[in-house]
Design a binder for this molecule. Structure first.
Ligand code: NAP
Length: 334
């Protein structure tokens, strides 16, 4: 009998053909995120699940999944899956990070330039018919990236690509991460610092750290207060890494110069959020990886991870919970 794989959403790219040859593939094509009992019921019979980052595999959901052996997410982040519980249950969790790394790193610069050069403000000004003065020497002045200090928090795949690109802009790069990366530091001329120093020295602070229990609200009132008055905060990681209330207060009181945010505590961000009213903020709807290149690659990678796993082999680079190997051996199903 073929193993069963449930795909929670329409993957939008034709990536399932090979998987369909080997497994019974059930495409739910849900138009909304799955959670709770509905998620349990939808995937309970499956050997493997291909999901999106909007599907909430909480502890309670995972506890009820006695048949599922593999979860392959079409995302880099895996904070929507209770990894500890999945590991305990012997469920192998794979992510699809590589294909989106460049798109997200490039987007970090789109955000930095947008907020520092007031791109969105300028666009709005014209659309609202408020461009009255023509060209003038001091109209809508912003700041260059050149010569500025870029502070990266979380030097993983995306953080490294941001650091590489920062050199082309003539930026000095400092970083804080859980582990120091000496070789990379040497090759790309980066400096490792503790978090407080990165916060207080950066002109542009980019958050590219994973969301974990340790990094939740890692940037709160105290941390923001350490930043320079003319610094910009760029968040392309996860909303919960920042204490959003504290950030709003800081922006209102001009504790920092501005922020560019792709991710939020609650998504979609409500129109009534205070952030929407602030001028010194650029907001984008979680689209840092939204390129044709990245999204196709992510779907392909997630399916590839599933095929490998069904064959009893492990794509180590994408295995999120390495500890699971001690709990259960992955058996060959195809
Ligand atoms: P990654 O390679 O796993 O990098 C994550 C980094 O976070 C690692 O370098 C890790 O540090 C660091 N980290 C984890 N816990 C830490 C802690 N307690 N203190 C300091 N650093 C810590 O992942 P990635 O592919 O670069 O992606 C990074 C994050 O971006 C993802 O987790 C995801 O949430 C987010 N993301 C967002 C979008 C978007 O659309 N906006 C798209 C893709 C990804 P060490 O390596 O030093 O141990």
């Amino acid at each position: 009998m073929k193993p069963k794989v449930v795909v929670t959403h329409d993957l939008k790219f034709p990536v399932l053909d090979e998987l369909k040859e080997h497994a019974e593939v059930v495409e739910l094509k849900k138009e909304y995120p799955l959670q709770g009992e509905e998620l349990v019921k939808s995937v309970a019979e499956a050997d493997g699940v291909i999901c999106l980052l909007t599907d909430k595999f909480t502890k309670e959901v995972i506890e009820k999944l006695s048949n599922v052996k593999i979860i392959s997410t079409v995302s880099a982040g895996y904070d929507h899956i209770d990894i500890e519980e999945a590991t305990k249950k012997g469920i192998y969790v794979f992510n699809a990070a590589d294909p989106l790394t460049i798109s997200v790193a490039e987007f970090a610069f789109a955000l930095m330039l947008s907020v520092a050069r007031r791109v969105v403000e300028g666009d709005k000004l014209i659309r609202e018919g408020n461009w009255k003065s023509g060209w003038s020497l001091t109209f809508m002045l912003g700041r260059e990236l050149r010569g500025k200090t870029l502070g990266i928090v979380g030097l993983g795949k995306i953080g490294k690509e941001i650091a590489k690109r920062a050199r082309c802009f003539g930026m000095n790069v400092i970083y804080y991460s859980r582990t120091r990366k000496l070789e990379f530091e040497e090759e790309y001329n980066l400096k490792f610092k503790d978090l407080s120093s990165v916060l207080s020295e950066a002109d542009f602070l980019v958050l590219s750290v994973a969301l974990t229990p340790e990094t939740k609200k890692m940037i709160s009132k105290r941390e923001i207060s350490l930043m320079k008055k003319d610094a910009f905060l760029i968040n392309i990681s996860r909303g919960a890494v920042v204490d959003e209330e504290a950030l709003i207060e800081a922006l209102k009181n001009k504790v920092i110069s501005g922020a560019a945010l792709d991710v939020f505590q609650n998504e979609p961000l409500s129109k009534s959020s205070e952030l929407v009213k602030l001028e010194n903020v650029v907001l984008t709807p979680h689209i840092a990886s939204a390129t044709f290149e990245a999204r196709r690659g992510m779907a392909e990678q997630a399916v590839k991870n599933m095929l490998y796993a069904l064959r009893g082999t492990i794509n180590e680079e994408c295995l999120v919970n390495k500890e699971v190997k001690k709990v259960r051996t992955l058996s060959k199903m195809i």
